[in-house]
Design a protein around this ligand. Structure first.
Ligand code: CTP
Ligand code: ZN
Length: 155
């Protein structure tokens, strides 16, 4: 099948954000990062495990009438290092950016260590340093590796 035919699996959008080249299987975690659970009435199209020349298979998430905050892009980069974020206006891609790994992520992840100060009833915001093999809690040193999507702070 040619590439244009493959792309027709998920139709084009008029205005919004296309997050492309998401690591296969991470689309639902990407929706969680964006805080989208379907109740908002936002138009969302999802392609999961669709063929990709670059990645073998990939996920794609298209969100209408919405752009991403820098914090959302930072966490996205941890789950989907190859992702591209495309801004679409009047059907045209007007901006395309690769995600970049941030140095640290504040307030967007939760620490898996139940004894960590960030999990006590204290006004302490979570903070993780980004290390080679994952993210490291700046308070207790706990490292989260593969399952970062399971530690998204609800917002
Ligand atoms: N897209 C969309 N709606 C539009 C325009 C583009 O959903 N109105 C999607 C495309 O289907 C693609 C992504 O946005 O998944 C990026 O579009 P484009 O830059 O045109 O595609 P490519 O050149 O294939 O992107 P790349 O080089 O990043 O692979
Ligand atoms: Zn911790």
């Amino acid at each position: 099948m040619s590439e244009p035919e493959r792309e027709l699996r998920v139709s084009k959008i008029r205005d919004g954000t296309v997050i492309d080249h998401i690591t296969g299987g991470q689309a639902l975690n990407v929706l969680a990062i964006l805080g989208i659970d379907g109740d908002e009435g936002v138009g969302v199209s999802i392609g999961m495990n669709v063929p990709s020349d670059k990645l073998g298979t990939k996920d794609v998430v298209k969100v209408e009438d919405r752009e991403l905050s820098q914090g959302e892009v930072d966490v996205l980069s941890l789950l989907a290092p190859e992702a591209t974020v495309n801004i679409v206006r009047e059907f045209e891609v007007v901006d395309k950016k690769r995600v970049e790994r941030p140095e640290r992520v504040v307030g967007l992840l939760t620490c898996p260590n139940h004894n960590c100060i960030t999990n006590a009833d204290e006004p302490v915001e979570s903070a993780f340093g980004v290390v080679d093999d994952g993210v490291r809690c700046e308070f207790c040193g706990e490292i989260v590796r593969e399952d970062i999507g399971d530690h998204l702070a609800v917002h």
